[in-house]
Design a protein around this ligand. Structure first.
Ligand code: IVH
Length: 692
C-alpha cells in the first residue's frame, strides 16, 4: 500500500510541475502524450484506491490558478473539461453507456474537431462583447478581454437579436500557416520563435501588453454555450445551438457536423484523421457530444466532465527522443542544412529517424547538442523538426554544436554572407552534392520534366562519373545506363534481379533515353527555371522569358538592364547577371544547345504588349494537344493574363474536353468561348519560332 501511495504522490508532483510549466510559464516540459499517460495512471490508481484519493489531486482540477497580472473572473457556469478516449473500444463503451441510460439505440452526436489551442469564454451583454476569460481551473479564470479584443475573428458586436446575456465558449488557436510565417519572420529578424501553434496561442493571450497580442495571428472557433439569459425553445440540440451561435456572427468550425451511433462517429474520426495534415489548424482529436439536450441532462456529469461527451484522441504529433548525431546536408544552391539523427521514434504513426534543425541560428537558439533529449514534431507532410531540448535531461560533458568550416562532401570552404541565416558550401558545381541537387532540380516535373530520372538514378550517374553537368544528360547512350546499372548492382551487392536484366533492362534504359529526348524541346521559361539560378523560381523565369523573348539577350543583360524588368529587384538582378557571367554556366548552355536542346523564342513581350494584352483568359476542361499549363504559358507569352475563375471581366474562356461549371458560367455571361481548334489556330498564327 505504501508503494502505491508513494507512486500516487510522485505522479501528482510530476503532473503538477508539468501543468505549471505548461499553463503558467507556457514552457512545456513534456509532450502531451507523456502527460496523458501520467494522468491516466493517476486516475486509475485513484479509482482503484478511493481511500487514497486527494481532493487536491491534479485529476480534480484542470489547469492551474491564474498567474498574477490579470484580474480573476469567476465563470457564471463552470467551464468543463472532456474525458478522453484513446481506442475505438473506449468510444464503443461511451456509446453503450448512453444507449443503456437513454434507451436510444442509435443516438445522434455532434461531431467536431478537437482544436488544439486555448479554451476561452466570451461574454456578450445586449449583443456587446464585455468580457473574455481563460478557463483557468474551470471555475475561475483570467480576464483577458483586452487581448481578445485584438483577435480579429471575435466580433465586438453580435449580429441580429442577441439575448441579454450570451456566453460563448470556444478555442483560440493559431492557424498553421500563420504560425510558420510568424516563425520564419522571427528567424529572419533574430526574434524568438514559438514552439508550436498551441503555445503560440496560449502565450499570446497571456501577454500583459495587448499590443503584442495584436501582432500575433490568432483565430477563434466557438463550440459551446455558457450562461444564456433566454434560449429560443426551438433549440433542442447542440448542433442547433452551434447554428444559432454562427448566426450571431461568431465563427464555428466548418468541419463540425452530426453522426449516428458508434459506426457514424468512428467514420467521422477516420475521415478527419486522414485530412488532419491538410487542415489549416492543429487538432489533437475528435469530440463527440450527445446532440439532444434532454439526453444530455439524463446523462449528467462526473466531477468536472460531462458524461454525454468525450474527446477521441489522435496519435501525438510530438514525441521525445535522443539526438545521436548532427550531420549536414548540402543543397542545390550550396545551402548547408544541419540534420539531427535521432534514436528512432514513432510520431503520429510514422517512424522518424531524422529531423531538420534548419540552420546554425536555430541550433544556437535551441542550444541543441549531441546526446540531448529533445521533443520532435511531425505534422502532415512537413519534414519532422526538433522543437526543443529538455535541458534537465542533458548528459554531462556535452558541448555546443558548431557549423563545419569545410563542406563535408567536397572540402570547399563553408561561408555565411553577412545578414544571411544560411551557410553555404562555396564549391558550386565542383561540389558533387550541389551537382546532384542541380540535376535533380533540372529533371524535375516543373522544370524539364524528365520522367523516370529520379534522385537515386541521378546520384548514381554522378557517383559513377557519367554526368557532370545537366548538358551531359543529353549525351547519354543506352549502353551507359546498362553499364551503370551493373556497377550499381555490384556496389549494392545485389545480384541483378530478373526485372533489371536482359530485355527488361533495355526497355528501362530505352524509356529513359526517350524521356530525355522528349525534354529536348521545351519552353524558354522552363529552361530558365531548370538552370537553377538562385532566387529564380517559376514566376521570375516566366517574367524574364516574356520580357526578353529569347535567351541570348538575357545572357547579355547586365544588372542595370535586368533591374528594369518589372518585379525583378536588385538582389535577383545581381544573381542572374552573376550566373550568366560565369564561364562554366555559359559553357553548359552552349553544350545544351550542341546536344540538341531547344526552346521557343519569340519577340519580347513588354508590359501591355502582344495580341492578348489586357485580356484575361480562363482555361477549363482537358486539351488534347498540350497540357493546360503549357497552353497558359503560350497565351501569357502573347500578353494574356491567366485566371482560374470566370467573371464578367474574363475576356476569353478556352473550353476543352468535358468542361463543366466554368463553361456554363461563361455561356450565362455571354463571354467569348474558344474550343481547342480555335486555340491551336490562334497559337499557330502567333507562334514564336523555336531557337536552334
Ligand atoms: S467542449 C462540455 N468542444 O478541449 C465540454 N472542447 O478537455 C466543454 N476543445 O477545454 C468542452 N475542441 O480547450 C469542446 N470542439 C470542442 C473542442 C474542445 C477543443 C478543448 C477545450 C476544452 C478541452 C476539454
Amino acid at each position: 500500500m505504501d508503494s502505491v501511495r508513494q507512486r500516487m504522490r510522485q505522479l501528482q508532483t510530476q503532473i503538477e510541475d508539468a501543468n505549471y510549466r505548461y499553463y503558467v510559464l507556457d514552457d512545456p516540459a513534456m509532450p502531451d502524450a507523456a502527460w496523458d499517460l501520467l494522468l491516466r495512471e493517476l486516475q486509475e490508481l485513484e479509482s482503484r484506491h478511493p481511500g487514497l484519493a486527494d481532493p487536491n489531486s491534479p485529476t480534480q482540477r484542470v489547469g492551474s490558478r491564474p498567474s498574477s497580472g490579470f484580474e480573476e473572473v469567476v465563470h457564471a457556469t463552470p467551464m468543463l473539461s472532456l474525458a478522453n478516449a484513446f481506442t475505438e473500444e473506449e468510444v464503443g463503451d461511451f456509446v453503450s453507456r448512453i444507449t443503456k441510460e437513454t434507451g436510444d439505440a442509435d443516438p445522434e452526436f455532434s461531431v467536431e474537431p478537437k482544436l488544439d489551442g486555448l479554451a476561452i469564454s466570451l461574454r456578450y451583454e445586449n449583443g456587446v462583447f464585455v468580457r473574455g476569460a481563460t478557463r483557468g481551473d474551470g471555475s475561475t479564470g483570467e480576464d483577458v478581454t483586452a487581448n481578445l479584443r485584438t483577435v480579429k475573428c471575435i466580433p465586438l458586436k453580435l449580429r441580429g437579436e442577441a439575448p441579454g446575456v450570451l456566453e460563448v465558449r470556444g478555442e483560440v488557436y493559431m492557424p498553421k500557416a500563420d504560425f510558420e510565417a510568424y516563425n520564419a519572420r522571427a528567424l529572419r529578424e533574430g526574434g524568438k520563435t514559438l514552439a508550436n501553434p498551441r503555445n503560440g496561442a496560449a502565450g499570446s493571450l497571456r501577454q500583459l501588453d495587448p499590443r503584442i497580442t495584436a501582432m500575433r495571428p490568432l483565430a477563434f472557433y466557438a463550440y459551446a454555450l455558457g450562461e444564456v439569459s433566454a434560449m429560443p425553445s426551438s433549440i433542442q440540440t447542440h448542433s442547433q445551438s452551434l447554428s444559432w451561435i454562427r448566426d450571431f456572427g461568431l465563427p464555428v468550425c466548418p468541419e463540425a457536423g452530426t453522426a449516428r451511433g458508434t459506426g457514424g462517429i468512428l467514420a467521422f474520426y477516420r475521415r478527419l484523421g486522414e485530412r488532419r495534415g491538410q487542415l489549416a489548424y492543429d487538432i489533437d482529436g475528435s469530440v463527440y457530444k450527445l446532440d439532444r439536450f434532454d439526453q444530455q441532462r439524463a446523462m449528467g456529469f462526473v466531477s468536472r466532465a460531462p458524461r454525454w461527451a468525450i474527446a477521441h484522441k489522435y496519435p501525438a504529433q510530438e514525441q521525445q527522443t535522443v539526438i545521436e548525431a548532427i550531420d549536414v546536408q548540402v543543397g542545390r544552391t550550396g545551402a548547408v542544412t544541419p540534420v539531427a539523427r535521432l534514436v528512432p521514434v514513432q510520431v503520429a504513426g510514422v517512424v522518424v529517424t531524422n529531423a531538420t534543425l534548419h540552420n546554425a541560428d536555430q541550433i544556437a537558439r535551441l542550444d541543441v547538442r549531441i546526446g540531448d533529449s529533445v521533443i520532435v514534431r511531425r505534422a502532415g507532410d512537413v519534414i519532422p523538426e526538433v522543437v526543443r531540448v529538455i535541458e534537465d535531461r542533458r548528459p554531462a560533458g556535452t558541448s555546443p554544436w558548431s557549423m563545419p568550416v569545410q563542406c563535408p562532401i567536397c572540402g570547399s570552404a563553408v561561408e555565411r554572407e553577412p545578414g544571411e541565416v544560411v551557410s553555404r558550401c562555396t564549391g558550386g558545381l565542383y561540389c558533387p552534392a550541389q551537382r546532384k541537387q542541380a540535376l535533380i532540380h533540372f529533371a524535375s516535373r516543373r522544370a524539364m520534366d524528365i520522367e523516370g530520372l529520379g534522385e537515386r538514378l541521378i546520384e548514381d550517374l554522378v557517383d559513377f562519373g557519367y554526368v557532370k553537368t545537366v548538358a551531359d544528360l543529353y549525351a547519354l547512350r543506352l549502353d551507359d545506363f546498362l553499364a551503370m546499372k551493373r556497377r550499381a548492382d555490384e556496389r549494392d551487392g545485389s545480384t541483378p534481379d530478373a526485372v533489371k536484366t536482359g530485355k527488361i533492362a533495355s526497355k528501362w534504359a530505352e524509356n529513359l533515353i526517350e524521356a530525355i529526348a522528349a525534354s529536348r524541346e521545351t519552353l524558354l521559361e522552363r529552361i530558365l527555371f531548370a538552370l537553377g539560378i538562385r532566387d529564380v523560381g517559376e514566376s521570375t523565369a516566366k517574367t524574364l522569358a516574356r520580357h526578353f523573348g529569347a535567351l541570348d539577350p538575357i545572357m547579355a543583360a547586365d544588372e542595370s538592364v535586368l533591374r528594369e524588368v518589372p518585379d525583378i529587384g536588385p538582389v535577383v538582378a545581381a544573381r542572374i547577371a552573376h550566373f550568366f557571367a560565369q564561364a562554366h554556366n555559359r559553357e553548359v548552355i552552349a553544350a545544351l544547345r550542341a546536344n540538341g536542346v531547344h526552346w521557343t523564342e519569340g519577340a519580347p513581350q513588354r508590359a501591355s504588349e502582344g495580341p492578348l494584352a489586357g485580356k484575361t483568359v480562363v482555361l477549363t476542361g482537358g486539351l488534347a494537344a498540350m497540357s493546360r499549363d503549357e497552353a497558359g504559358a503560350r497565351l501569357e507569352a502573347l500578353g494574356a493574363k491567366i485566371s482560374g475563375s470566370v467573371s464578367k471581366k474574363t475576356g476569353i474562356v478556352v473550353a476543352g474536353e468535358a468542361a463543366g461549371s466554368k463553361l456554363a458560367k461563361a455561356q450565362e455571361l455571354g463571354l467569348e468561348i474558344w474550343d481547342e481548334a480555335r486555340l491551336l489556330a490562334f497559337l499557330d498564327d502567333h507562334a514564336g519560332k523555336p531557337s536552334d
